[in-house]
Design a protein around this ligand. Structure first.
Ligand code: GDP
Ligand code: MN
Length: 384
């Protein structure tokens, strides 16, 4: 789960990392009030879950409350790479003498957290890595040993920070960021830029904070921040229903059991010239209730023209899935969808018999995955 800048900064503050005082605003009027409240010059910042907001016109300085209101008017509604700005963070503007970069991520290859630090901050870190790799200090932390002060010293000295007051502050921030990273089960904590003010004070001007989804149950306060409006509406509905679902852009709705089979089904549909409308995994159980839920999710997508069930029975019993399909047909109006069903494995014959006996005109059993995919694609084209 990606946190908004203002949420990440809230966590930074809890760990003692310096951030500017700010307010959230959702309208130009609120932005003006926030600027009045904060006094002095402010910066109006789009709150969207993507980087490079500055370049896209989503970060602007304002000299007065009226100016803040005007800037807010310009930024609200702006589309930044598909993310429409609905929220603004208004914060006290900082004077910048230097822009550094500091991050900690989880390096899966090394199975260790990885710190990166450079005094060439403010720009895209990929640029620094490509053009002056020697300026980027990388250092792993052994998770069993935990954080040690020498880690911070090596990053700071390695990065070439010379001012002792700066060295001390940055070393402290490195320790605080490590604690934030571990305590919040983060995958990424990034500060770009980490600035030094003309007075020599070091603080976080930006925040990127990603919490491991699997750890969210341990952080109810963070889960509450989950912004369902930012996610795709069908995907959030799927999450509510407990259905594993990813929206794609085609016409053939796909249901498989198990992630591997579902992904293969997506590939096979594409291979025979169709376009998958989604990826949906019924999971290992494949109970009737699960099938009804999944169909409810898939049929919310207006692009869906046909539906392809690809079930390989193992723990999942094909007769159970067949019952689920029939039950769904009783409960939901599925008459406009041709449904292709391929059942194989445990109780497949029983499943096929149930479907045939039900005599539903829109159910089309097929023997193999390839035939099923071809038929589903054909039916989607007919229905278009
Ligand atoms: P990003 O573009 O999404 O990474 O957004 P940032 O929060 O990093 O802001 C982009 C840039 O705006 C920064 O690199 C700064 O140069 C500038 N900026 C942001 N806040 C301030 C501020 O308080 N004062 C000044 N002078 N510049 C700022
Ligand atoms: Mn930034």
């Amino acid at each position: 789960m990606d946190l908004y800048e203002y949420q990440g900064k809230q966590l930074f503050r809890r760990f003692g990392i310096g951030v500017s005082d700010g307010r959230l605003a959702t309208s130009p009027e609120e932005a003006r009030a926030a600027a009045v409240d904060l006094g002095a010059q402010v910066v109006v910042k789009a709150q969207v879950l993507t980087g490079g907001r500055g370049k896209a016109g989503g970060v602007k300085l304002a000299d007065s409350p009226a100016d803040a209101e005007q800037r807010a008017r310009e930024i609200l509604g702006l589309d930044i790479r598909g993310h429409v700005v609905r929220k603004l963070w208004i914060e006290q503007a900082s004077d910048i003498a230097k822009e550094y970069y500091l991050s900690i991520t989880f390096d899966r290859g090394a199975k260790k957290p990885l710190f990166m630090f450079t005094t060439q901050g403010g720009v895209e870190i990929e640029e620094v890595a490509a053009e002056s790799p020697e300026a980027l200090v990388r250092l792993h932390v052994d998770p069993l040993e935990g954080f040690r002060p020498w880690v911070a010293r090596r990053l700071v000295y390695g990065g070439g920070v010379e001012d002792p007051f700066e060295q001390k502050q940055i070393a402290e921030i490195i320790g605080q960021l490590y604690r934030a990273f571990v305590e919040f089960d983060a995958m990424l904590c990034e500060i770009n830029p980490l600035i030094v003010t003309p007075a020599g004070e070091v603080k976080a001007l930006d925040s990127k904070f990603t919490v491991d989804d699997s750890a969210l149950p341990r952080h109810p306060d963070i889960s509450e921040w989950r912004d369902t409006s930012a996610a795709h509406p069908i995907e959030s509905f799927a999450r509510e229903k407990g259905v594993t679902y990813v929206k794609l852009d085609g016409e053939v709705g796909i249901l498989g059991n198990g992630a591997g089979l579902s992904m293969s089904t997506v590939d096979v549909v594409a291979h025979v010239g169709g376009r998958p409308a989604n990826f949906c995994d019924l999971g290992g159980g494949g109970s009737a209730e699960g099938v009804v839920d999944a169909l409810e999710v898939i049929t919310r997508d207006p692009q869906v023209r046909s539906i392809f069930f690809n079930i390989f029975g193992g723990i999942t019993r094909c007769d159970e899935v067949a019952r689920g399909i029939l039950e769904a047909l009783d409960r939901l109006d599925m008459s406009r969808y041709p449904i292709v069903v391929r059942l194989d494995g445990t109780n497949a014959e029983e499943g096929r018999r149930l479907l045939t006996e039900a005599g539903k005109p829109n159910i089309d059993p097929e023997a193999t995955m390839l035939d099923g995919a071809r038929r589903a694609v054909e039916l989607a084209k007919e229905a278009a």
